[in-house]
Design a protein around this ligand. Sequence first.
Ligand SMILES: C[S@@+](CC[C@H](N)C(=O)[O-])C[C@H]1O[C@@H](n2cnc3c(N)ncnc32)[C@H](O)[C@@H]1O
Length: 398
Amino acid sequence: MLVKIIDYDHQGRGIAKIDNKIIFIPKVKLGEEVPIKIVKEKKNYSIGKRCDSFKVSYCPYYQTCGGCQIGHLTYLEQLEFKKNTVKNIFSKYTNYNLDNLEIIPTREYNYRNKVTFHIKGDRLGYYEEATNNLIPIDKCNLLDSNIITLTAILNSFIKVHKGLTKVIIKSLDGKLMLILEGNESRECIKEFFSSKVSSLYYNNELISGVSTLMIEVLSKKFMVRKESFFQVNKEGISLIYKEVIDLVKKLNSSIIYDLYCGTGTISLLVSDYAKKVIGIEVVADGILDAISNAKLNNITNTEFYLGDVSKVINKLKYVPDTIILDPPRSGISKELIEFLLSLKVKNIIYVSCNPLTLARDINLLDSCYELNYIKLVDEFPNTYHVETITLLNLRKKN
Ligand SMILES: C[S@@+](CC[C@H](N)C(=O)[O-])C[C@H]1O[C@@H](n2cnc3c(N)ncnc32)[C@H](O)[C@@H]1O
């Protein structure tokens, strides 16, 4: 059947209507008329799939791969889509109308410094959208050039050695960490890959090279261990962190909490502008990195605590004037919302990778805190994801 695309949802899927029932269709453009078939029927909506063939210039796998969702839009259309999505979410779930919302662009391709590939036999790739079907990948143009080169080497290796099951590659400032799982012999893996990467892990064991990689961001150095979270786009994070630093500089804070601090990046970058910065993170490798990173940069006014933010925060003895939040996609917990409502801290800088949970949390905090600043950074071009930086201030009545 032929349908007309009348809107997008927040994941960049096109929306069409037949007999008033909504159909979500991936990888179509607003205003387009496309032939589709229904692949899933639900009570209130259906999922459709376009059945004509189409191409994007940067990727031969685009039509089936689940990695990119909006690469068929021009970059300007992508930026417009992201702005409109955040505006629509905020007007639906908060009291704010975001006129004049700004988005900072980044480079469209070769920006990802980390990738996870799945392997089945002699095929390596990503899963097809919404399935576990493997799409063999020779080259993904979102990845940085060193990862692309290593991917080609891995592809030639698995044609002969079929015992690998999973691959993670990290590439920071020109150095590669390769994390492999499988049932090939340790010696074979070591012999083939040790000269090609700086750090080689096999089945959770460091078998060659260094245990951490190093990256420099905004003149500070960061060590990143195997399990630590590190943002995937260096240009993107530099823009995000610069936004956070600029906000912190204006706030004249004495004590700052950096919640969900990962490897301590934000804590260390804002440490020049406060008496003390306290970071909390649930992943042990992250906290170990944060402590090492403070030493590496000769920073002495930071403290880092391991554990769930909601549990650790009640035990801290400080009274912060600024709290920085950079949670995962699920946003912040109910307990943390309660804590922030009772603490009445002067400033909250909330960095979010999910506008839906950000809007939810801003709404839950609305009785105490008002939104005074918001900006977007396009950290993940060609996907529907976007990073948002916001500043909330304690309302005057409090
Ligand atoms: C979006 S990342 C931000 C990391 C860091 N701010 C950065 O820029 O690299 C979210 C971090 O929150 C951590 N995390 C997730 N749930 C948590 C929790 N309940 N308590 C503490 N940390 C948590 C994750 O391990 C991850 O490092």
